[in-house]
Design a protein around this ligand. Structure first.
Ligand code: AHR
Length: 501
């Protein structure tokens, strides 16, 4: 077993970490809202119908901002359907997911839920079937304190104070053929620019996210970012990235290299944004909002997708309810390491999604809630990550990947703060445990391990289920400080977090 080595030097700071990197995403999709976070009649439901057991788990997950209400859903959504007396709200067909939307939960209810979980709202506007005026109306309704017809309506709906939403997404995945109102880069770029300019006239304090590509594999990737930013460079703060990964053809080793794709994705978008800036002789830096990322068995969903009859539009059907195993959680933890490694440009990210739908938290109607394997890397990283991200260049054994050549088995990042250091590591090798030694001679002496967490299992396909909700939980690792070195053994296919104080 050859040892992987790194030197932790706090001067190799990547960036101050923007806590919005630990964001989430809630879409009106499947059992996410209905029979997920909202289940009046459930034994744990509060007076508003929100499950308090789910609220507790979302708090434990440690989610900073939450992007809402979609996703593909937003591209056909009329936000006005979700306000006013619930019994007068219209039922609508959701074309994105072939379901009936009851609108029992809308902006006010969702904000109330966010207040309970302690997260901040990030809103997406519909630039699919709607346009600038409807986005302006929603912004005025949400953020304006001046008396207008719309703010009077907001007050009549129980909220005299503005919601004060800071970050707004200009549509969703507009490069995707599946998206309602899908456009080419030029048409979308012009619409996004017009809408952004109007929104800033109304509220100059907001931050805006323009749609980048819905995957690095999209045929328009790169050209889309360039052309969209040529139209919107002066109007926006962020460009979005979306990425989902899954094991394909039983090739776990290749799946374990997924974070390399995320790394290349981020670096390409940064290069493209900076090239647009250079051509304009601008010092402005467009940041990345990685506002959908996760493991998602998309091909399984596409193969199994139920075909409904013309009159079948179910309410809250079971959709995209992936069950995550240990291997998924290790890849997931590696994606989080990669986001932190790029925290100088990734200033916002949203785990897609939170409850039931490709989610770290599962619920059963009338029954319990439980943590999927992916819950642990997120909750532990968001809790232990300090103020600054610090580079950890690991000299590690490597394995061959058909897509990326030689890939380092061990990937890692550190964070620092006044009280100590946190280290997040992953062993992507399927074949061997790797001993890791991190030289601490550049940090203050006397640090000791105060917490260590390890996610690994002899069965990399072990998962938590309704019947066995705690089959997979993190254990303590053998992390210890010896002299001026931190040592830990990473079993094959493992994720670990260590806190030193
Ligand atoms: O998260 C599920 C879906 O994935 C979202 O609705 C869409 O934006 C993406 O394609």
């Amino acid at each position: 077993m050859s040892t992987a080595r790194a030197h932790l030097d706090p001067r190799s700071e990547i960036s101050i970490i923007d806590r919005r990197i630990f964001g989430g995403f809630v879409e009106h999709l499947g059992r996410h809202i209905y029979d997920g976070i909202f289940e009046p009649g459930h034994p744990s439901a509060d007076a508003e119908g929100f499950r308090t057991d789910v609220i507790e788990l979302v708090k434990e997950l440690g989610v900073s901002t939450i992007r809402y209400p979609g996703g593909n859903f937003v591209s056909g959504y009329r936000w006005e359907d979700g306000i006013g007396p619930v019994d007068r709200r219209p039922r609508r067909l959701d074309l994105a997911w072939h379901a009936t939307e009851t609108n029992a939960v809308g902006l006010h209810e969702f904000q109330s839920w966010l207040d309970k979980v302690g997260s901040e709202l990030m809103l997406a506007v519909n630039l699919g079937t709607r346009g600038t005026q409807e986005a302006l109306d929603l912004l005025e309704y949400s953020n304006t304190s001046v008396r207008t017809a719309l703010t009077d309506e907001r007050a009549a709906n129980g909220r005299s104070e503005p919601f004060g939403v800071k970050v707004w997404c200009l549509g969703n995945e507009m490069d995707g053929w599946w998206q309602l109102g899908h456009r080419n880069a030029s048409d979308y770029g012009k619409l996004a620019s017009r809408t952004a300019k109007g929104m800033r006239q109304l509220d100059p304090s907001i931050q805006l996210v323009v749609c980048g590509s819905s995957a690095r594999s999209m045929p328009t990737f790169g050209a889309w970012e360039r052309e969209v930013l040529e139209h919107t460079f002066d109007d926006v703060d962020f460009i979005s990235c979306h990425a989902y990964y899954q094991e394909r053809d039983g090739d776990a080793q290749e799946f374990l290299a997924s974070a390399v794709d995320m790394q290349k994705f981020i670096e390409s978008v940064v290069a493209t944004a900076d090239a647009v800036a250079a051509a304009r002789k601008s010092d402005k830096r467009i940041m990345i909002s990685f506002d959908e990322w996760n493991v998602w068995y998309l091909s399984r969903w596409e193969e199994q997708a139920v075909t409904y009859g013309p009159d079948e539009w179910p309410v809250a059907p079971r959709q995209l309810e992936d069950q995550y195993h240990v291997l998924d959680a290790v890849v997931f933890g590696d994606l989080l390491v990669t986001l932190l490694q790029h925290s100088d440009r990734v200033r916002s990210a949203s785990l897609a999604q939170l409850v039931n739908v490709i989610a770290p938290i599962m619920t059963e109607p009338g029954g319990p809630t439980w943590r999927q394997t992916t819950f642990f890397p997120f909750s532990i990283t968001s809790r232990l990550a300090g103020a600054q991200a610090v580079r950890l260049e690991v000299d590690s054994p490597a394995f061959p990947s058909s897509r990326f050549g030689q890939v380092s088995s061990v990937n890692a990042v550190a964070t620092t703060d006044d009280a100590g250091v946190s280290v997040f590591l992953v062993n992507r090798s399927q074949d061997a445990a790797v001993p890791v030694e991190i030289d601490l001679s550049s940090v203050a002496p006397g640090l000791a391990v105060v917490e260590s967490h390890l996610l690994a299992d002899d069965d990399i396909y072990a998962a938590n289920t309704l019947e066995h909700p705690e089959r997979v939980v993190p254990t303590a690792s053998d992390a210890r400080v010896e002299g001026r070195a931190l040592r830990v053994t990473l079993p094959a296919v493992s994720w670990a977090a260590i806190r030193l104080e």
